[in-house]
Ligand binder design. Sequence first.
Ligand code: AKG
Length: 319
Amino acid sequence: MAHRLAILKRHLEGANCASSTENFRYTVNNRFLTREQRQFYEKNGFVVIPRLVDPERLETYRDRFEQISMGFVKIDLMTVMRDVAYAKTNRDRSPITKLQNFQDDAVLFDYCRLPSVLDYVSDFVGDDVMAMHTMLINKPPDPGTLSSRHPMHQDLHYFPFRPADRIVCSWTAMQRVHRDNGCLVVQPGSHQTVGRLLPHDYPKWEGGVNKMYHGVDYSPDMPRLHLEMNAGDTVLFHPLLIHGSGTNRTMGFRKAISCHYASSHCSYIDVKGTTQEGIAKEAEGMAKKMLGFPISYTDTWKVRSRLVKGVEGSLSQSS
Ligand SMILES: O=C(O)CCC(=O)C(=O)O
């Protein structure tokens, strides 16, 4: 409701159009973004929209996470990821760090269809929108190994579709996130200063690294910003933005929910011979183990993506 009122107010003030002399590359519109937010994203590769998701909905997602983690609900094709270091330290059960691919769960997938989020998403990717990848991240208290960190990376590393500029991630804090519980860390502007996909690999961390947590060669001296956010605040960011998250030094789990969206008119690319060949093989291996039969990397994306706004395009075409 507050979101709708803010938009109405902006329309009435006539503040919803960018100047025609400005060149924008990373956004397509500012019907919902203010001009300042649009300019900020173009320069920095991310923008935080305060209080975008209603706390009551976050409660619903939290309850669903509990039901899933207690084994009361099973969701087709969903991947449950667990912390590597807890297993090593002989705890009875390694906690869930992440649910991925919850597109077939109506309760969690509700997040990806929220009009408040989709309104903004359309300013980045246009009006024909596919939800490509879904995650509920449950960063556990660090067991003393620093393995709760997420290495600095670019999300495009995981995606075999382009153009990158028509992909955006929305990441919503489900509670207050701050430096102590391992908030997101971004390298502002890296979507354009780095401007390309860097090689990624597992970092050589003594305490172990979680599965699929690939990172770039990163020096902590590089400029970075910790995004402290309140419950419901949502950061939208470009898939080339270098980002990660810190150690959770609290006793509680830190939760966030996210969805990567792409224009349905993006196209799949062949990753053979590129820096993405390794991740494609690793993901195909995991998918084969889960499904019991081989499936191509592209098909793993076709299976999990869902149209959430507008019309289908090349991303959903079978080849
Ligand atoms: O929420 C986090 O800790 C970071 C998540 C992230 O960057 C990812 O899963 O790609």
